[in-house]
Design a binder for this molecule. Structure first.
Ligand code: ADP
Length: 427
């Protein structure tokens, strides 16, 4: 299978979101954590997403890492490149979207690229260059109070122009509404006028597909995961995608014990735990014991012995907001968070040693800690369990089926439904 699309994501969960979108649109996709070393073998995939953590790092660092990722993808044979950032354009005036785009364009010798974070289905629309979040201007949305990247200007042409010396222009709704040929003509006209990065309006998902079609010839595309929806079709039209869309989502085939680890305290995860508790044993991880220095992970793994193989044990630090507030007051927010993440990650390691091969992890930070502890570097993206959460298969040894669920994602029966999908996949 030939590599077609090489992607660079500026954070982990955003990269998974992109990988999931590409699979849903028919490309076999592998996610790689961090810049691979020169001699890392190229995974067999039509799209590779390299997940960086470059959203809020100093610009020079983000540029260097992104260019290193691009060079690796180029060498791996990718034909087109995609720089993925958040659909709310998370960045400061010293931020990284402009500088990284500039560095990638220079490396590719690209005349023009687009910047399109729109994803109408998820409430992100762009009209006359202004980004709206569920109908509110970005600058009126909760993003204006974001702790790291407060967004106080909704005009993306202005925002991006403050980050780059390359001229920023606009392909506006009046052109976008008229379809892919008109969008392409508008991009050509913009190039002639000297625009190097064009913000592109989009107020419906159909328009994302038209923009995707118009971008078939661009070396580099930048945006949110929405704009990636239309790209696989270009490769399919050119006869480069071997399989039909439904074949891309490979179901992990990893027989072995099952378990769930939950570090998220979001309302969706709490409801999922309550639902799963009716049929599975749940071990609650007590923050006070963890902070007292007791070997909570060893105790948890001893408890697991009786359950592994017969049923699906669940290990949960998760607690309701009052309990979390009490623990945070007692021990400090960061201290307790990190200590619990560390304990859960140690439990994950022990579980894999005991033969667990199918693991669901709830919580973004918790997932990061587990992935790191298990030394996972490559994940083949499988079928979607609930919107935004796919099963993945690790390409490292031992092979694991892994579902990394951002806290608020997933329906109430997530902890049972997800495993049933794997069992059905094997019959
Ligand atoms: P989400 O995706 O819901 O934000 P995360 O895993 O990213 O979940 O973040 C949850 C954080 O809360 C983690 O740092 C975790 O260790 C911490 N945490 C989990 N349980 C508790 C608890 N009982 N008290 C305090 N902090 C907790």
């Amino acid at each position: 299978m030939a590599l077609l699309l090489g992607c660079i994501g500026d954070d982990h969960t955003g990269s998974s979101d992109l990988a999931n979108t590409l699979v849903k649109n028919g490309l076999r996709t592998v996610q790689v954590i961090g810049v691979p070393s020169e001699n890392t073998p190229v995974p067999d995939a039509e799209a590779i997403v390299i997940a960086l953590k470059s959203r809020t790092t100093p610009a020079a660092e983000a540029m260097a890492e992104s260019v290193a990722a691009l060079k690796w993808l180029k060498q791996a044979g990718a034909r087109q490149f995609f720089f993925k950032y958040c659909s709310t354009f998370d960045s400061t005036d010293d931020g990284n979207i402009g500088p990284v785009t500039e560095a990638l364009m220079a490396e590719l010798g690209a005349d023009i690229t687009i910047a399109c974070p729109a994803f109408p289905t998820t409430g992100r629309t762009i009209y006359n260059g202004h980004l709206f979040v569920f109908g509110d201007l970005l600058s009126d949305s909760s993003m204006r109070n974001h702790p790291l990247t407060p967004m106080t200007d909704a005009n993306l042409v202005r925002v991006l122009q403050r980050q780059t010396k390359l001229p920023v222009g606009l392909v506006a709704a009046a052109d976008v509404m008229q379809g892919s040929a008109r969008i392409k003509a508008a991009l050509n006209a913009a190039t002639e006028e000297g625009t190097r990065i064009a913000i592109v309006d989009a107020i419906s998902d159909d328009q994302l597909y038209d923009i995707g079609t118009a971008c078939a010839g661009l070396e580099l595309i930048t945006g949110g995961s929405g704009i990636a929806c239309g790209l696989p079709e270009n490769f399919r039209r050119a006869g480069l995608v071997a399989n039909d869309a439904s074949a891309a989502a490979h179901i992990p085939d990893t027989p072995g014990h099952e378990a769930v680890i939950a570090g998220s305290c979001s309302s969706a995860t709490l409801a999922q735990l309550a639902h799963a508790e009716r049929s599975c044993p749940v071990l609650r991880i007590n923050p006070v014991s963890v902070m007292s220095g007791a070997d909570v992970a060893a105790e948890a793994l001893a408890w697991a012995e009786a359950h592994l193989g017969n049923t699906r044990p669940i290990f949960a630090a998760s607690a309701d907001p009052d309990q979390v507030a009490t623990a945070q007051q007692q021990f400090g927010r960061m201290e307790i968070g990190e200590a619990l993440e560390h304990t859960l990650a140690k439990i994950a390691q022990g579980l894999v040693e005991k033969g667990v091969r199918r693991l669901v992890v709830a919580g973004g930070e918790t997932s990061g800690a587990v992935v790191q502890a298990l030394d996972i570097t490559t994940l083949r993206i499988g079928p979607e369990i609930d919107p935004g959460v796919p099963w993945c298969e690790t390409l490292n040894d031992p092979k694991l089926a892994l579902a990394l669920k951002s806290g608020n994602f997933g329906a109430e029966d997530f902890f049972t439904k997800s495993f049933e999908m794997l069992t059905k996949g094997r019959t």
